[in-house]
Design a protein around this ligand. Sequence first.
Ligand code: ZN
Length: 199
Amino acid sequence: MYAPPVQRLITELGKLPGIGQRTAQRLAFHILRSDTEDATALADAIREVKERIGLCQVCFNLADSERCRICTDERRDATLICVVEEPGDVIPIERTHEYRGRYHVLGGALSPIDGVDPEDLKIAELYARVEAGGVREVVLATNPTTTGEATALHIAAALRERSPDVTVTRLASGLPVGADLEYADEVTLGKALAGRRAL
Ligand SMILES: [Zn+2]
């Protein structure tokens, strides 16, 4: 129906989350109509993010060098580690301005049905960080979903055994159950952080 390069663009755009066939077509035609400069800027931005952004070697958040900005910021409390599922979950927590500690990004949640086991996530790396010492509290801020809760319980049980001196807390209830942290508003998330409870 379309020339192969146009079809290829539609196919690639259609792979993005939330983009159906119709939206992919609309976006493709928008790109075709736009200035060469704008279209090239989009292509370059995609290429650059893939070339320059990797994962922080300490917390596995997105980083443009070996360590992310939060891990290299000496003002951030290194005795406090907030565990989240995805790099995208760091942003809503940062927006609350309630949290001044560091992070640990797991890269997902445990889900045996989907074949996601502890070794598929950065869980061993978390235990190693905590066991290295200097950590006072681990805040489990995985999503309030079935898999997020299961992940929090799994990690809490392991930390109790490995590092009994470390306090393990979970975000207070009040977050919409089944929703992703990413979509929580700042006020609700801020309250959930402030009211976190021991697990
Ligand atoms: Zn980091």
